[in-house]
Design a protein around this ligand. Structure first.
Ligand code: UTP
Length: 300
């Protein structure tokens, strides 16, 4: 992972990272290891997420954790004993890498006692966010982009003074897997949303624009989520809260620039590993050679 770049002016100060889910799609790996701690090459998914927030100028990361997921917080703490061993062995580079992780950001964590849904996870952060706009980055959703994904959204928020969700085009056969938004194109990738629904039944989606794991929201969302009854799957859905926010105050979508990997899904996770490995000069050659062999063997 590249060294952190100098921190830009913050457009928003705080970011909530929901990471309290059970990660059932990755069982048995996630029986004792949080899904968000599974590595992309050699770096936990969550570290990419926190790195994105920091690169966007965010100073306070609020991690929503759950039972048995303490290793997520430990990862961003000082590892005094390990650091001493690395120093004693003259492993300066490894030492510096480790120290950079604990110096990365001001991380507060709190427990979502039960995984009652994404909307509920965000609501848990109310006390720490307070009365200011904030970002949300899902703990298993990676965006590889020149300008950090959450900063792209924060710019749109500051320009229009409305909540913003990240949008991505998906094939019609996949719309039932996402929150889907439709609305009027305002140009420059910005959509004024007039409809947003969670996991529409096949054939009923209002568009093919899927909401993916980045949001910049006004604090009014907390009052809305507090009143929010459970939705699809019996969970308190953030998308339902966003639908209310859209009606009360307006809501924008932004077709972000960058490559997104859903590291909470097996294929997405494998793609992220391959894409990030191919960026490493020491891994690229051997990996491409092996991939070439596989393709040749798979050919009829
Ligand atoms: P997912 O729905 O992808 O996570 O939520 P999950 O429920 O852990 O996954 P599966 O379907 O069982 O495999 C997206 C993000 O929101 C968090 C998750 O930890 C993940 O990072 N989340 C989800 C919460 O923090 N709390 C919840 O109640 C649900």
């Amino acid at each position: 992972m590249p060294a952190p770049t100098p921190k830009p002016e913050p457009l928003i100060r705080k970011c909530v990272v929901p990471a309290a889910g059970l990660g059932t799609r990755f069982l048995p790996a996630t029986k004792a290891v949080p899904k968000e701690m599974l590595p992309i090459v050699d770096t936990p998914t969550l570290q990419y997420i926190v790195q994105e927030a920091v690169s966007a100028g965010i100073t306070d990361v609020i991690l929503i954790s759950g039972r048995g997921k303490e290793s997520m917080v430990d990862h961003f703490d000082l590892a005094v004993e390990l650091e001493a061993v690395l120093k004693a062995r003259g492993k300066e580079e490894e030492f510096r890498k480790l120290r950079a992780i604990s110096d990365m950001a001001n991380i507060a964590s709190l427990r979502q006692k039960e995984p009652l849904g994404l909307g509920h996870a965000v609501l848990c952060a109310r006390g720490l966010v307070g009365n200011e706009p904030f970002g949300v980055i899902l703990g298993d959703d990676i965006i590889d982009a020149e300008e950090p994904g959450i900063r792209q959204l924060a710019r749109v928020f500051r320009k229009h003074d409305q909540g913003v969700v990240a949008l991505m085009e998906v094939p019609p056969s996949e719309t039932h897997l996402y929150g889907i938004a439709a609305g009027t194109d305002l140009g420059d990738g910005v959509i004024q949303i007039d409809r947003i629904v969670e996991k529409p039944k096949p054939g009923t989606a209002p568009s093919n624009l899927a909401v993916i794991g980045r949001y910049v929201l006004p604090p009014e969302i907390f009052d809305i989520l507090e009143q929010q009854p459970p939705g699809v799957g019996g969970e308190i859905q953030l998308t339902d809260g966003l639908a209310t926010l859209q009606k009360k105050r307006g809501l924008l979508g932004y077709k972000f620039k960058g490559q997104r990997y859903d590291a909470g899904d097996k294929v997405g996770y494998l793609k992220a590993n391959i894409a990030y490995a191919l960026k490493r000069p020491e891994l690229r050659g051997p990996l491409l050679e092996w991939m070439g062999e596989i393709v040749r063997m798979e050919k009829p």
